[in-house]
Design a protein. Structure first.
Length: 185
């Protein structure tokens, strides 16, 4: 009788131990996946910020309506070699959005001109660009010329992890403001 009682207590204790181990393993997996997608999103944000820092805002982009008072969905830049670079959010699969870059042509009109810079397990739920000043500060003829105002860019990025459980996906919010190092006076 004592042996049966000891075996019963031992099996209950073992069941609880295994249950705790499985739950902690699942939490650890979920945390690792969130860290991975957060790192991927930070990388995308840094790529856009670095391009803006090293280049300049392309106020002549045909998709911009000056003055730039509204939030923009496309970031139009000129890199350090004065080549066009564009960033946007676009649907690449049903229900999955990605940040795309185009640096192959002036207009980036063809779908093949745009390349994804986000991994497949990351969906970009929101990508907004806030640009300041609203007109090029390097044009002297403006009536409201803002002397010595450095161009600023605020990027708002919201991502969703598709790794662990798409129904209970983790949302991450990022925001950064950067200024261009390219000063054209």
């Amino acid at each position: 009788m004592e042996t049966v009682l000891v075996l019963g207590i031992f099996s209950i204790a073992t069941t609880y131990a295994i249950s705790i181990f499985v739950q902690s393993n699942a939490i650890q997996k979920r945390t690792a996946n969130v860290q991975r997608t957060t790192s991927d999103a930070r990388y995308v944000l840094e790529v856009m910020a670095r391009e803006f820092r090293m280049g300049s805002l392309d106020y002549t982009f045909s998709g911009y309506q000056l003055p730039l008072t509204d939030v923009q969905s496309i970031l139009a830049l000129r890199d350090e070699n004065n080549q066009p670079v564009r960033f946007r959010r676009s649907e690449v699969e049903a229900g999955r959005f990605a940040v795309q870059i185009c640096s192959s042509s002036e207009t980036c009109a063809a779908p093949g001109d745009w390349l994804e810079i986000t991994p497949p397990e990351l969906s970009v739920e929101r990508l907004s660009f806030y640009l300041s000043p609203s007109q090029s500060p390097f044009v002297w003829q403006l009536p409201d010329y803002a002397a010595n105002q450095q161009p600023l860019l605020t990027i708002v990025l919201e991502t969703k992890s598709l790794l662990y459980d798409p129904t209970a996906a983790h949302l991450s919010h990022f925001q950064t403001t950067v200024s261009s190092r390219n000063y054209q006076r």
